[in-house]
Design a binder for this molecule. Sequence first.
Ligand SMILES: Nc1ncnc2c1ncn2[C@@H]1O[C@H](COP(=O)(O)OP(=O)(O)OP(=O)(O)O)[C@@H](O)[C@H]1O
Ligand SMILES: [Mg+2]
Length: 362
Amino acid sequence: MDRALEQGAALSVAPPPDVELRSLVKRYGETLALDGVSLAVHAGEFFTLLGPSGCGKTTTLRAVAGFVEPSAGDVLIKGSRVNDVPAHRRRVGMVFQHYALFPHRTVFQNVAFGLRMAGVERAQLERRVGEALELVRLPAYGARYPRELSGGEQQRVALARALVTRPAVLLLDEPLGALDKQLRDHMQIELKSLQREVGITTIYVTHDQGEALTMSDRIAVMRDGRLEQIGPPRDIYESPRTVFVAGFIGTTNLLPVRVLTGTEVEWGRARVRTAAPAGGPGASVTLALRPERVRLEPDGRADNVVAAAVAHVVYQGETVRYVLRTEEGLELQAVEIGETRFAPGARVRAGWAADDARVLDG
Ligand SMILES: Nc1ncnc2c1ncn2[C@@H]1O[C@H](COP(=O)(O)OP(=O)(O)OP(=O)(O)O)[C@@H](O)[C@H]1O
Ligand SMILES: [Mg+2]
């Protein structure tokens, strides 16, 4: 019995993550680009590094690919430490931030590049390039040159080039950054469904929070070479753990408040109730409140109601954003779906539920 249990336990041991970073540090002279990054990406996962310019996203990706040598810490791929394994033997495919297809080579030659380097023989090479181009839905484009393709098509060729060697892990560094909004939205969905179809473990880099929320299984928010929070999009959006994450993902009201007792705080002179204890009496904390949680002229009972005037109305197409100002001059934003209901100067009551606001330190 005991032995059977032991064997069962041994059999159910989870496989190692496809990519694991352990306390990764990268220094460039005085610059600390990575300051102890640890994370694990699992098989088939779409994992996104999200953060502002210069926070270390590309450096992280390049360390996984083997183009950046860590100053300290380990890179593991499928459970093996690869710090000393050269890039071309790591079984990763990468699409670079400022992608460059070889301009004087055809689409076919571009995609075939990695296979040719690996010495794959002609017939197999042709078949695999054909498959890769089919996968990115450009089967008839082999003879064209990059300049004869749209930006989105070039991006798909870059993707085919990264996939053709059948890497274990796909690394994408802002692959849609150069595209206009409409094409980017389209490519996001296409890229995501392609990733699902192939089932390839993917680390995706972007500084676009909407893109990260749309595409990812999990998001790691980076700041100054460190990971601020890791979690599924909903957690990152609904339950940011820091002021930085709350502020970086979407627009958030960050209300500076002072704790009165337990779940009651003071925002200016307004008393506001929170769902969780906000801290000791007198403590200064921040309430993060999504604008879409703020109801204007709430019917029924809202836990919190403040009187305010509409300062600005921003028409956004499907939604309307109201910038409100309380009598004390404190600002609060509310977003509603549908038609514009209030004009600048209108006096409104803004309400929200206690558990719609998150308490953040500082
Ligand atoms: N080769 C290098 N030499 C010196 N400093 C570098 C080098 N590469 C990156 N850095 C610095 O390391 C930090 C992280 O850079 P990284 O390229 O990883 O940022 P990023 O998050 O990808 O930014 P972006 O969104 O602008 O692409 C930055 O301060 C950058 O200036
Ligand atoms: Mg970058």
